[in-house]
Ligand binder design. Structure first.
Ligand code: BT5
Length: 325
């Protein structure tokens, strides 16, 4: 952990304040060095009160993503979030992770961007990513899975996102297979899973996640307003992006471990309970093909089991779902 991360976690651990002397002792640096770091944190927008009786006290944190601060909150995760990098702007955070993957960086690294100039969805679709309004981030994973099993990670991401969003906002998110998180009938988050694989072995997976946190209606293009919303619009209050980011990474770490140790069925049960697609009549567009039927359940690799209109059970690995009335 960096010095800033240690200071922030010490301040969080003592909401009533902690003395400069105690901080200096805990971190094994001088009081002057502590003071200099506190000044720097204040410059970044952290409101830190100082007084003779309580020492230093964290009053409020700015609505910016700060890698050290996120690290400080995530010291207990096993894989995801041990290394966090925040960029002011990128093309797509998936591109940055792709480069890190090629450079041999360890799995679990997370890249956030305050804005993306070329954020993308599946099939090269555009993902709008306005500055400071959402969480636009990607994670590098190197799981021991076969390529067809990586749908498990998309499923795990959706369940983790739902738990974190519910805990931080009180909203009740639902999942639309395979990668959408919805609130009150509109999309608030999506997952883009990209993988590099050999025939039978995954080399790495990039999970790209976009969450519409504090966008106002005007920040969505007119053609998206019917189908997309933000947590702020639905909850009726601004949501702390840093709190939500930390919660999501914690939940993702938990679900990723469940997948790694062969407990995908537990994730799948939770997923099915949240999934509004199961039990519904749907039309699925898979490239140029269109299939219709009833979504029956989730298969053991995260695929959708669809009872087609002709009575066959089809395993669908990916596609765009439209719910029939
Ligand atoms: C997704 O694709 O839902 C995956 C989105 C993943 C975005 C993240 S952001 C960080 C990382 N870096 C990237 O470059 N991407 C990932 P899909 O199911 O194909 O949905 C895309 C469709 O959603 C678009 O065609 C629009 O209709 C709609 N859309 C675009 N921007 C949106 C937004 N901010 N919120 C809700 N819907 C949006």
């Amino acid at each position: 952990m960096t010095t800033d991360a240690k200071i922030l976690s010490a301040l969080r651990a003592s909401p009533d304040g902690v003395s400069g002397e105690d901080l200096a002792e805990q971190l094994d640096i001088s009081r002057a060095a502590i003071w200099a770091r506190i000044e720097e944190l204040r410059r970044l927008g952290y409101e830190i009160e100082a007084g003779p009786h309580f020492g230093y006290r964290l009053v409020s944190v700015p609505d910016v993503l700060h890698a050290d601060d996120l690290l400080a909150r995530l010291y207990q995760t096993k894989i995801i979030g041990r290394d966090i990098r925040v960029f002011e702007q990128t093309t797509s955070t998936n591109d940055v992770i792709e480069k890190l993957a090629r450079d041999g960086v360890k799995e679990g690294v997370v890249v956030f961007a305050e804005s993306q100039t070329r954020g993308r969805g599946r099939l090269g679709r555009k993902w709008i990513s306005p500055a400071y309004k959402g969480l636009w981030f990607s994670i590098l994973l190197r799981p021991e899975l076969r390529p067809q099993e990586t749908t498990q990670l998309t499923v795990a991401s959706a369940t983790a996102l739902c738990r974190a969003i519910q805990a931080e906002t009180g909203l009740n998110p639902e999942i639309k297979w395979p990668n959408d998180v919805w609130v009150n009938g509109k999309k608030v988050a999506g997952v883009l899973t990209e993988l590099s694989a050999e025939l039978d072995r995954v080399k790495h997976v990039i999970l790209g996640i976009g969450v519409d946190v504090n966008l106002g209606t005007g920040e969505f293009p007119a053609d998206l307003r019917q189908q997309a919303t933000s947590l702020k619009l639905e909850a009726g209050r601004a949501i702390s992006r840093a709190d939500l980011a930390a919660a999501i990474l914690r939940e993702l770490d938990h679900d990723y471990l469940r997948v790694c140790i062969g407990q995908f069925t537990k994730v799948a049960d939770e997923w099915e309970a949240r999934c509004q697609t199961i039990g519904r009549d749907v039309t699925i567009q898979i490239g140029g093909r269109r299939v219709q039927g009833r979504a029956e359940s989730l298969g053991e690799s995260g695929e959708l089991l669809l009872r087609t209109e002709h009575g066959h059970l089809e395993r669908i690995g990916g596609g765009d779902v439209t719910l029939e009335k």
